[in-house]
Each structure stands twice: as C-alpha cells, then as structure tokens.
Design a protein around this ligand. Structure first.
Ligand code: C2E
Ligand code: CA
Ligand code: CA
Length: 694
C-alpha cells in the first residue's frame, strides 16, 4: 500500500500462468512479484505486503488453502492480505475452505483478466478507503484523548446508545463494564441528572448543552460538559448526538478563581464582593416575589485596640473564631460574609416578621460575647450591629449597606454590644456626628480645650486634698460651651478620644508641675483625670506613660495621680491587665469611676489592689434618703471598701443631707456641687485658700 502502483504477488507453480499474469497485470499498471511455490509465497507476502495475492490452489509441497492459512496467520496485526484463490475447482466444499482459510474471493482458470481487472480495482479502492477511515479514526481518537473528550449517539426512541470507544477511559470506568447513561445516574446527584432526563422532552432539530459533575464518593469530583444536537433519523426517531468533554481542570481553575474573587481566605466566609453579588441577586428576587429582605452589618467593638495591643496573629485568631460561630448560624435564608477588617455582614434573604431579625441580632451579640480562649487566656469582646431592610430602608445594595452602616454606628454610640434598626433620623445624627468630629479636630489643633478642677473633700480631715480634672470646650464658632457628655461619646467612636485623653494628661501634668513651683502650699494627693479604655489599650499610651516617668518635672508627682476608668474597662480587661500593672508600678492609682452603673458585682471588688479608689456613681447618691434599700446598699459598699482598704469617693453630692449621710457611713471623700463645681486653675487656687482658712 505504501507503493503508488499497487503490488500483486502471484503464487503458482505453473510458470506459464505466472508469465501470462505478469503480462496482463503490467498492462493494467500493477507491479508484479512472483513465487513458484507456497513456501516462497508466504515469505514474499510477509516481506512485501502486496495489495493483492493471486494464489493457486493446486501446488505440490504446500497447497493453496494451507498457504493461505499461513499467510493469514503470519500477517495478523501487520497487514491485511487480500487473497484471491485461483482454481479449477468450484465445489461448494472447496469454496467454503477457501473463505475459511482467509481468502476474500476466488477466480476460475482460465482467468478472465478483464473481470480480474475490475475486481482488483475494487479491492484496492476498498482497502484505500478502509485505510483512510482507520487513519481518521486514529486521528479522532488522538484528538479525543488530547481534548479529554468522547462522543455518543443516543436513540431516544429505542434507548440505544453508541459510545466512542474511549468513553470508559474518560470516566475512569472499569474497562470490562459497558458504559451507559443509566449508569451515570448512580454517580451524579439527581438534580444534575435531570439534565439528561430533560433531553427526552426536547424536539429535533435543536442543540442542547449542559454540564454535570460526578458526586459519588468513590469518584474524584470530575466535571463534564455535553455539547449535543437533536436530529431525526430515517425512521423518524429522535437521536441525540453529542460530545462529552472532561472539564474538571477548567472547573477547578474556575473554582479557584471564583474562590479568590469571592472568598475571604482567613475566615472562609464570602467576601464583600460575593456579599454584594448575592445581595443584588436576592434584591431582584425580593422585588419580583414581593418579599422583604434584611441585611446586618456587624462590627466588633474595640477590635483595633486588640490588634494593636495583642498583635495581628491574635486578631486573626479572634476573627476566625467569630466567623466560625457566625457560620454555625447560617441557614437557607441566612448567609454570612466578611466585609473586611472586623466587619461582617449578614444577608437574610427572606423573613416573615421583623422580630426574626431582632432575635437573630440578639443571638449574634450573644455569640460574639462568648469568651475566646487562646494561649490559656480568655478574651471576650462585644459587637455592634446595624440592620437595614428592603424595601423600607433602601432599594439598592449600596443604599442598604450605607444605611445598615449608619445603624451600626448608632448602635455603637448607644454603648456598644447593641443592635439598631436603621431609622431616617440616624442620617441626621450621622451628619451631626461628622460635623462634631470635624469640630473636635479643630478644637484639638487650635487649642480650644481647657481643664477645670473639681475639688474633693477628705472627710476625716475636713481638708480639700484632691481634685478631678475635667475637660471643658468653648466652641468659638458656635459661641457656646459644649458639654463633655456631648463630645466625649463622639470622640470615643474614633481615635479622637485618645488624642483628647493624651492632651488632658499632658495638660494636667503641666499644671501640677506649675503648681508645685508657684503654689507650694497646695497639698493635693488625689489628683485624678478620666481616661477611656480605648486609649489605655492603644500602643501610643504606653509610650506616653514612659515619657511621663522620664520627665523630671512630672516624676515626683506620679503617686499623687489617679486614672479614672469605668468599671467596664477595668473588669472587661484581661487585655488591659498589663497596662494597669504598668500604671500601678509607676506609683499611680486606679480609680473606678461611675461604680454601680456597670456590670461588676461587689464580689469583684475583692480582687482590687488595696491602693485603688472607688467612685460611687451619682445615681446612687441621688437616691440617698429616698429609700432604705438604697441607703443600705451605699453603706454596704462603703464598709466593704473600707475593709478592703480601698478609698471611697462619693461623686455628685449636691445636698447637706447626702453629705452627712456619707460622712456617717464612713465615706472617705466627697465630690459634688455641694462643695464646688469644676473650677479653672486660678479659681480653684482661691477656693482652696478660702476653704483651708475656714
Ligand atoms: P464623670 O467622669 O463621671 O465626671 C463627673 C461629671 O459629673 C462631670 O461632668 C462633673 O462636672 C459632673 N458633676 C460633678 N459633681 C456634680 C454634681 O454634684 N451634680 C451634677 N449634676 N453633676 C456633677 P462633666 O465635666 O460634664 O463630664 C461628664 C463626663 O464626661 C464625665 O463623667 C466623664 O465621663 C467625661 N469627661 C469629662 N472630662 C473628661 C476628660 O478629660 N477625659 C475623658 N476621657 N472624659 C471626660
Ligand atoms: Ca470621672
Ligand atoms: Ca463619674
């Protein structure tokens, strides 16, 4: 076949026949080789692989039938010999024997060379076609293999399926098991198999493509794409013809890309991108199906401080722990995402009652507050949640997000560990808050803040021996005093509070140092100022403390000074423990401000170091004389503190009745309008002088 001119081998012991054959065949354009016996014939046929072999049946030594059999055997798998038996015998048994031995036809002697010419031409044509088909099939198989693809034909009428032979390989299917669509049913999820069932409902002609993945545990998760077309055959039956391609790799790549674009690698939650995509999708659905949808933004309180003071590794650990708890609350209509930093989002795609959202928010707050254990330490934090609902609070994703954010800030302003539903009035508050923040910045940079000092009376000596420094702000633009109760909570929402606290601290120390030089008779040993938890746990505070101790003018006064912190900051505070130790080591004291308004029990007082100070909140003082229980409680606190050697200050004392009650109860110090309001440095000095003279 490699030859351009077909090659014919004549095997006959009759030299005359061979000669005639040679003449005739070369006239017809064939190449010719000859063998005068069967043995040589076998040898030449294996050696030259002729297109056609003319084989005499009747030869001495090795007859035609036997030679034919040997050629067939020896050529197996190498080439396909086309043997034409030449004979004078046309008995049925002989003809049977010929075909049985592997011959494809026979010719009677004397040969009709014209008939042979056409027969040979046909044989060669068929062989060439076969060869071409074989090559094409091989090419197709190779292409299939490269493309990881197979094809099939499915007669929807008879259910007969014809698969390309590489199908088992494509599916990693055992080679000895015939493959069929129905076997796929066992390894695909029923929802995915429905794509196959759907074919039966389709009408020809049309194309139909789909993808499916194997989900059986015993199979690697492989994915396939089917490109099919429906047609009708001559019997008017619908045939589905399709290629099926292994797209596992592409799917995995797509998944990774999708994963990277939509997942937060730290917490394994959806990221902001995915949250917005999902939200927009669900918004459309909510619009068409006319139902409500809610989103929540969860922000961890004081997380920045945790990150700054305990390091990012601990921060990450906390985020992962929180994310896990959130994930556990996921449901069909509830999805969680991490928007970034310490901000998470919840998408509640459908709910019946707004109460459901409130309950979920409460549950989330509880989950967040549960302690997180690391390094054998326990840490508990809180979160603030803002809720916005569609369609009331916004029609699109960006508006809903903005409003949930506003609600979240509102929850934070209301003391953290809260949730809040968005309310239009909050927008006004946001505006005011932004304005307030700007004004505070200006006040800091232009030096608009001042300090006043509210005197404390030491009851047993009757002397003023302490002060609390309080910040004051006269806003020159608004031309009015702005109460700390107004601007401190706003400042606490950002790092502005730390700048304020820092300023107060420095200003106070400057004042103390100045008094020491210019008014040496001023004998104050309880000089306190307010500081917030946020400032305490900021790394900048540590260096401020250091710089105080290094300052020669301030150093001698450290043990006169107390830092007022709320009981929440104190007891909340594994995270602040180190800084409290530092403060105490420097000789400064810690005063627990607003005692009684937080969560701490009397029991927790027992853990305080003896040198600390307790400030009973004004709300208790206000109740003095109004009911016996309140009186008993105050007496109890005072006597407990006395026995623990903790100094007690009663703050917000306004009346003589309160004063004498506290005096009798054994309170150490009194602070309040009954004595004096906060006074500027000069006014305080004259007040002190007058008081001491009395
Ligand atoms: P606080 O620490 O509990 O301070 C006591 C507040 O009660 C002061 O209000 C004080 O003027 C007021 N007060 C004292 N005696 C009486 C009284 O007999 N009757 C009444 N009605 N009020 C009395 P102020 O100065 O407006 O401060 C309010 C809050 O603002 C403070 O509560 C404190 O939490 C915060 N704050 C004030 N100054 C500073 C500061 O320098 N730094 C920080 N971080 N917070 C401050
Ligand atoms: Ca205070
Ligand atoms: Ca207070």
């Amino acid at each position: 076949m490699q030859n351009a001119r077909p090659l014919i081998l004549v095997i006959d012991d009759d030299s005359l026949f061979r000669q005639t054959a040679k003449q005739q065949l070369s006239k017809l354009g064939y190449q010719f080789i000859e063998a005068n016996n069967g043995l040589k014939g076998v040898q030449l046929s294996i050696q030259h692989r002729p297109d056609i072999i003319l084989l005499d049946d009747n030869m001495p030594v090795q007859g035609g039938i036997e030679t034919c059999e040997i050629i067939a055997k020896q050529s197996a798998g190498i080439f396909k010999p086309q043997v034409l038996m030449i004979t004078e015998n046309d008995s049925c048994s002989f003809i049977d024997a010929c075909f049985h031995a592997g011959a494809i036809d026979y010719f009677m002697k004397p040969i009709n060379w014209t008939a042979l010419k056409y027969r040979a031409a046909n044989i060669i044509k068929t062989m060439r076609l076969e060869e071409r088909l074989k090559n094409q099939t091989a090419l197709l198989d190779k292409a299939h293999k490269i493309a990881k693809m197979a094809h099939f034909n499915w007669n929807l009428h008879t259910d007969h399926q014809l698969w390309s032979k590489n199908i088992n390989q494509l599916f990693n299917w055992p080679e000895d098991q015939p493959f069929s669509i129905h076997q796929l049913e066992a390894v695909i999820s029923s929802s995915e198999f429905s794509a196959f069932n759907a074919i039966k409902a389709l009408q020809a002609p049309q194309s139909y493509n789909f993808e499916f993945c194997l989900s059986s545990a015993s199979y690697r998760s492989m994915c396939f794409k089917v490109f099919g077309e429906l047609s009708t055959n001559t019997s008017n039956q619908t045939i589905f013809t399709a290629t099926i391609q292994d797209i596992t790799e592409k799917t995995e790549q797509n998944n990774t890309i999708w994963q990277q674009a939509n997942f937060d690698p730290l917490t394994q939650l959806n990221n902001r991108n995915a949250f917005i995509t999902n939200l927009e999708h669900d918004l459309k659905l909510a619009h068409y199906e006319n139902h409500s949808l809610g989103i929540m933004i969860i922000d961890l309180d004081e997380f920045k401080n945790i990150n700054d003071s305990l390091g990012h590794d601990v921060g990450d650990l906390i985020l992962v722990a929180i994310a896990q708890r959130l994930k556990a609350l996921s449901a069909e209509n509830i999805g969680f995402s991490r928007l970034g930093g310490d901000e998470f989002a919840v998408l509640v795609s459908n709910y019946n009652d707004i109460q459901e959202l409130a309950q979920l928010a409460e549950k989330l707050l509880i989950e967040i507050t549960k302690p997180i254990v690391f390094d054998r330490k326990e840490l508990s934090l809180t979160g603030s949640i803002g809720i916005a609902i569609y369609p009331n609070d916004g029609e699109d994703s960006s508006q809903l997000l903005k409003h949930a954010d506003t609600a979240m800030y509102n929850a934070k302003t209301n003391g953290r560990n809260h949730y809040a539903f968005f309310d239009v009035q909050m927008l006004e508050q946001v505006f005011l808050r932004n304005q307030m923040e700007q004004n505070i910045r200006r006040a800091l940079s232009k030096g608009e803040f001042t300090l006043v000092f509210q005197p404390l009376i030491h009851l047993s000596s009757g002397r003023i021996n302490g002060i609390e420094a309080l910040i004051r702000w006269f806003d020159p633009e608004e031309k009015r005093w702005i109460s700390p109760d107004k601007f401190i909570p706003t400042a606490e929402l950002s790092n502005l509070i730390s700048e304020i606290d820092q300023w107060v601290m420095e200003e106070l120390f400057k004042q103390i140092a100045q008094w020491f030089i210019h008014k040496p008779d001023l004998d104050l040993n309880k000089i306190s100022f307010n500081i917030t938890g946020r400032t305490l746990s900021s790394p900048a505070f540590k260096s401020t403390l250091e710089s105080l101790t290094l300052n020669q003018n301030y150093r001698p006064h450290l043990n006169r000074v107390a830092l007022e912190i709320t009981e929440r900051t104190l007891f909340d505070a594994d995270k602040n423990k180190e800084i409290f130790d530092d403060i105490r080591r420097l000789g400064m004291r810690i005063a627990i401000d607003d005692f009684g308004t937080g969560f701490s029990s009397l029991n927790s007082l027992a853990n305080l170091p003896a040198n600390d100070i307790l400030k009973i909140d004004k709300s208790f003082i206000d109740r003095i004389g109004t009911n016996n229980k309140a009186d008993a409680l105050i007496r109890g606190i005072i006597s407990l503190a006395n026995s623990l050697e903790i100094d007690v200050i009663a703050e917000g004392v306004e009346t003589a009745e309160q004063f004498s009650f506290l005096d009798q109860a054994g309170c150490d110090y009194i602070q309040g309008y009954y004595i004096s309001k906060g006074l500027n440095a000069e006014a305080f000095c004259s007040f002190y002088d007058q008081f001491t003279v009395q």
